[in-house]
Design a protein around this ligand. Structure first.
Ligand code: ATP
Ligand code: MG
Ligand code: MG
Ligand code: MG
Length: 465
């Protein structure tokens, strides 16, 4: 079953307009990456722009949760369900239908279209949401509806704006997957797999002059939902771990072929991290996000260098990511056409960045291992900085390398050295003898005006819908 298509067609049949995935870089400086399906509708929900003529929509949105407010980078390879880049299926109502229909649609899709067994499904609601409780009871046994507080089941965009309780659907993967005390409904384990979040935007929060917050009922409440496609595919294919599904297996198989070794208990984490990061790096590049030392390009670089380090552990000493790209295109290219259209460019950029890091990774690993042998409780901030500055190891990469050993870096020292270096760079810039003075820049600014960077805005996503 093509679940993406099934979902979009299901909601289309319920009158929703099918809209394309928006770019990974949102037109919003406060947000690092598009991290949910609702991002492209934010201004409609807040009322900043008029509602569209069709008040309901559905999409399959590419999301990145790395480096921003939502950051799952640390989870990849450790949990069975998190990716840095994933596809979020969603249906949206802009002041049109509300809780009753949202719940009924979700239940119908999950139990009829996906045909998931009802004795494995659980739902969570907000403590105070009796309305949701009554509505869910029409569909599912009351013993399977659990109530939680604000932390788990209340959603808001920020201090102000629309907000409301949410309700989530979970799939019980079975007792044999109980892994830790985190494994309770709504917890951080993988046994109870969260598949779908239904947000009921029914309040508006405003900030008063004294800093307190007032919550008022929205006259026309809205709906925002998000379901992880990779998780649903894994469930439908009967595998516990997303990386064992057909979305990732061909990449892992290809990687085994290139590495000339089979994934085993020791190495499987590396295979998974590379498969995940290949997707994130490739989509970012295909949408114009390069590698760099700040902002989004630095997130792209950090993800890539983690992948390269895992490649190094598997025995690679030369670029390998581009060799996986055709397999990625086989899996996702028919829907995300830009991936295929940008093929040569993305492969070239992947390889260039890998080459940059492969130049220093060997000596960096030696430096790291030598220091590790001398480390008792904290890894030296000086060495972590040297790794960053001379060997191209981002701080979070060094921290990730220490994680299995329950060690961390002396971050305070690292930050101190970083601040020192920045101050030095600034001082040397002042004395660089550059002839352009502030006045010259002002004259240029007055003559030509501010130069707007339009690179990201001009990107069109050509995904088929
Ligand atoms: P989790 O608790 O598993 O981290 P979440 O509560 O952070 O998920 P939501 O913000 O509610 O996730 O997003 C809606 C849906 O998107 C989730 O129910 C899940 O199916 C999917 N999802 C969220 N984060 C990821 C991720 N990093 N990788 C894959 N799918 C994800
Ligand atoms: Mg999460
Ligand atoms: Mg959750
Ligand atoms: Mg959630």
């Amino acid at each position: 079953m093509d679940i993406r298509k099934e979902y979009l067609e299901f909601f289309k049949s319920k009158g929703h307009e099918v809209v394309s995935s928006m770019p990974l870089v949102p037109d919003d400086p406060t947000l690092m990456f598009t991290n949910a399906g609702m991002v492209q509708f934010k201004d409609i929900f807040t009322g900043a722009v008029p509602k569209p003529s069709n008040p309901t929509a559905t999409s399959c949105q590419l999301c990145v949760r790395a480096g921003g407010k939502h950051n799952d980078l640390e989870n990849v390879g450790y949990t069975a369900r998190h990716h840095t880049l994933f596809e979020m299926l969603g249906n949206f109502s802009f002041g049109d239908y509300f809780k009753k229909e949202a719940i009924a649609y979700a239940w119908e899709f999950v139990t009829v279209n996906l045909a998931l067994p009802t004795d494995k499904l659980w739902v969570t609601i907000h403590n105070d949401d009796d309305e949701a409780y009554e509505l869910w009871k029409e569909h599912i046994d009351a013993s399977r509806i659990k109530r939680f507080g604000d932390k788990d089941n209340f959603w808001s965009m920020g201090d102000t704006g629309p907000c409301g309780p949410c309700s989530e659907i979970f799939y019980d993967q079975g007792e044999e997957h109980f892994s830790s005390s985190e494994d309770y409904l709504g917890g951080d384990g993988d046994r109870f797999l969260e598949i779908w979040n239904l947000v009921f935007m029914q309040y508006e929060q405003t900030k008063n002059a004294d800093g307190t917050i007032t919550r008022t009922e929205l006259p026309k409440p809205s709906i925002d939902t998000g379901m992880g496609l990779e998780r649903v595919i894994a469930i439908k294919e009967g595998v516990f771990n997303n990386f064992d599904s057909s979305n990732f297996q061909p990449i892992i198989k290809k990687l085994e072929e290139l590495a000339k070794k089979k994934a085993d208990k020791e190495t499987i984490g590396s295979f998974r991290v590379i498969a995940d990061h290949l997707r994130a790096n490739s989509f970012m590049l295909s949408q114009g996000i390069l590698f760099g030392n700040e902002g989004r390009p630095y997130v792209n670089r950090r993800i890539m260098r983690r992948a390269v380090r895992h490649g190094y552990l598997l025995g690679f000493r030369k670029p390998f990511m581009a060799k996986l790209y055709d397999t990625l295109c086989d899996i996702m290219g028919s829907h995300y056409i830009e991936l295929v259209e940008q093929k040569e460019y993305v492969k070239e950029q992947l390889t260039l960045e890998e080459e940059r890091f492969f130049k220093t990774i060997e000596s960096g690993m030696t430096l790291f291992n030598e220091e590790l042998a001398n480390t008792k409780d904290k890894f030296s901030g000086e060495v972590a900085f040297k790794l960053y500055d001379e060997k191209g190891f981002p701080l979070d990469l060094t921290q990730d390398m220490l994680r299995d050993r329950n060690l961390d870096v002396d971050v305070e020292k690292f930050d101190e050295l970083m601040a020192e270096q920045k101050a030095k760079a600034k001082a040397s810039w002042k004395g660089s003898g550059d002839t352009a003075s502030e006045g010259d820049f002002k004259a240029i600014l007055e003559k030509y005006g501010v130069n707007e960077f339009v690179g990201y805005k001009n990107i069109t996503i050509k995904s088929k819908i």
